[in-house]
Design a protein around this ligand. Structure first.
Ligand SMILES: [Mn+2]
Length: 354
């Protein structure tokens, strides 16, 4: 039995990018196609369906159009979809952007889609497949595992007498697990842990956009299916195809047909047309350049950052990293409010030099 695991769709994100909604539409229909092609039993969407509570009508309409198409595809191809809300879907306490979808479901208008909005709930998708759904709740330390464990126990008690194949029990949650890395390489020291002894078949996690991240033996972040912003540096993205008989090694399905987001620091001879480009150059370079439409964001590197580049060049030999940076900046009389920007520039410059 196979499932498709995705998360962090962030519909309505990156409105400043050309064709942003078309990119997101491509992302959604790609998920449907993958579900059909790989003959999955379930599509799990682990939260952050929308990006912001200020979702625009055209964004919501695009999503709803896809949802009904996807829902019908599920009926035809015999897969079911389960989605939970993430922190970005929350409008206020006790109310989320999934509320309307939930109402549609309650009225029988969704044929193969289950929406779990507020309260943790175990959804029985098939006789041998149950999904414990844990919407975003800011679980701490062992709270996530305790909740999942209680749900598994209740499920087992309920199904004690049933014979037939041993049921697969999947947990879906939208939380930043301790030990996860985000796109910029920041390590999450805090956050809930995962108890590997529970007997959960697979943990389908959402919240971290960095793709294909393994947390424990059978707990994975799918990451977001596309880059949403230039800070989402990994260009290789998509969703995870999980074989529940072998849940430790999901297959990374890679999305195609969505232009990647790339950042250039040097002016190329020819601007790439198959990407959305952020150019960061000097004020002179920017003034002298005619930018094609797909070059969308740029800002001049100010003098102090150029000086920071030189510092990097000097320090890179010993790879002094960023330790003592504050002292260096103070010595060079860089105003304190610039330190963070300089640190970011340094990090980028180091990435380029690697
Ligand atoms: Mn997210």
């Amino acid at each position: 039995m196979k499932i498709l695991h995705t998360a962090d769709l962030h519909v309505g994100d990156s409105r400043n990018l050309p064709g942003y909604l078309e990119r997101q539409r491509t992302m959604l229909y790609w998920l449907t196609r993958m579900a059909e092609e790989h003959d999955v039993s379930a599509v799990l969407i682990a939260g952050d369906i929308f990006d912001t509570k200020h979702v625009l009508p055209r964004e919501r309409d695009m999503f709803m159009e896809w949802l009904f198409d996807h829902d019908r595809a599920g009926k035809a191809s015999d897969f079911q979809t389960v989605m939970i809300n993430g922190n970005h879907d929350e409008i206020e306490d006790g109310y989320t952007l999934l509320h309307g979808l939930r109402r549609l479901q309650d009225r029988g208008m969704l044929r193969s889609t289950e929406v779990v909005e507020l309260h943790a709930r175990t959804v029985q998708l098939r006789p041998d497949l149950a999904v414990a759904c844990l919407p975003a709740a800011g679980y701490k330390r062992d709270e996530l595992s305790l909740t999942a464990g209680a749900m598994l126990k209740a499920y087992r008690q309920q199904h004690e007498q049933s014979s037939g194949p041993a049921p697969y029990f999947v947990v879906m949650a939208h939380e930043a697990i301790a030990g996860a890395y985000n796109e910029s390489g920041t390590y999450r020291a805090k956050g809930p842990g995962i108890d590997e002894s529970l007997g959960v078949t697979y943990w389908a996690l959402g919240d971290i956009h960095k793709p294909y991240q393994q947390m424990t033996r059978n707990a994975w972040y799918s990451g977001s299916p596309i880059q949403h912003e230039f800070g989402d540096v990994s260009q290789t993205r998509g969703a995870l195809l999980v074989d529940l008989q072998d849940p430790d090694e999901p297959t990374a399905l890679q999305i195609e047909g969505v232009r990647p987001l790339i950042t250039l620091y040097d002016k190329p001879d020819v601007w790439p047309s198959d990407a959305i480009v952020r150019f960061e150059g000097t004020a002179d370079e920017i003034a002298d350049t005619h930018f094609p439409d797909n070059v969308v964001a740029f800002k001049p590197l100010v003098e102090v950052e150029d000086r920071a580049r030189e510092t990097v060049a000097i320090d890179l030999a010993g790879y002094a990293m960023l330790e003592g940076l504050d002292d260096v900046l103070a010595e060079q009389a860089v105003p304190q409010e610039r330190w963070e920007a300089v640190g970011d520039t340094l990090r980028r410059a180091m990435d380029r030099c690697r």
